[in-house]
Write a protein that binds this ligand. Structure first.
Ligand SMILES: Nc1ncnc2c1ncn2[C@@H]1O[C@H](COP(=O)(O)OP(=O)(O)OP(=O)(O)O)[C@@H](O)[C@H]1O
Length: 262
């Protein structure tokens, strides 16, 4: 479990903190959505989780281990537990698909035979078996993100952090990538933390969510809890584009759906 307690982040020279006293629990095996407008602090929080940024105050504990107390070697090991995918995929254009996925394994110093087997399994996992020799420039956005996902999973992380991973994709491709992430979570039992400004993403795959605004946590909980709250900004946001979203209503508010249909 990731336990974030009273985390604040002050950037030098900034008038207001990027994060202000954020407390959140991210349960193992969940798909946790962090939502907020531009500047809300989502990326800062994600960077604190992947250990690229240190909170100014407060603590982040992973499985009870406070990360600010880790030695450099421990920090390196902990970073390997955090796979990351990005809005613009961040593939190396000088490497083909196979070699992009292989890169973290090469850096980790795994024997070549083991690396080949692992890359083949990852290509299959993301449905790109026949694209091993393709170059990034020959792929669609969705295929590029599949390569990004395979690469992030190469060293078998426990957490997959997704930074607006579908924001550059069209709606149909977005759905296929989100469904792939949900299937991977299920198959590998990893924890997925994703940041997004799109409620449709949260509705499609998240089981928990947190709403940030100007660095502050407005609300958090499981979607089941949020949907039962009387006064909830997150519930309002989830229902805002909800009319057409029967699957979501059927899951969380079946009575509401029956009323809409009647
Ligand atoms: N390296 C930095 N130095 C100074 N200020 C920063 C830095 N990174 C972020 N900020 C500021 O911190 C605040 C939160 O930014 P952050 O990028 O975390 O928000 P966000 O919700 O991810 O926004 P977006 O959706 O636009 O990426 C903003 O006011 C931003 O200008």
């Amino acid at each position: 479990m990731i336990k974030i307690e009273q985390v604040s982040k002050y950037y030098t020279g900034a008038a207001a903190p990027a994060l202000a006293e954020i407390s959140l629990d991210i349960q193992d095996g969940s798909i946790f959505g962090i939502i907020g407008r531009s500047g809300a602090g989502k990326s800062t929080l994600l960077r604190c989780l992947n250990l690229l940024e240190r909170p100014s105050t407060g603590s982040i504990a992973i499985d009870g281990q406070e990360i600010s107390t880790l030695s450099l070697a421990q920090l390196r090991r902990q970073r390997q537990q955090m796979g990351m995918i990005f809005q613009h995929f961040n593939l190396l254009h000088s490497r083909n698909v196979h070699d992009n996925i292989d890169l973290p394994l090469e850096i980790a110093g795994l024997p070549v035979k083991q690396r080949r087997a692992r890359v083949a399994a990852l290509l299959e996992l993301v449905g790109l078996e026949s694209f091993a020799n393709a170059w990034p420039s020959q792929l669609s956005g969705g295929q590029k993100q599949r390569v990004g996902i395979a690469r992030a999973l190469a060293v078998q992380p426990r957490y997959l952090l997704c930074d607006e991973a579908t924001s550059a994709l069209d709606p149909e491709t977005t759905v296929t990538i989100l469904d792939l992430l949900a299937s991977i979570q299920h198959q590998l039992n990893i924890t997925i933390v994703l940041i997004t400004h799109e409620m449709s993403v949260v509705k499609r795959i998240c089981d928990s969510a947190a709403l940030l605004e100007k660095g502050r946590l407005i609300e958090s909980g499981t979607l089941a809890q949020i949907m039962q709250r009387e006064e909830s900004r997150l519930r309002d946001l989830l229902l805002k584009e909800g009319e057409a979203d029967r699957a979501f209503l059927a899951k969380y508010l079946p009575a509401e759906l029956t009323r809409c249909v009647a």
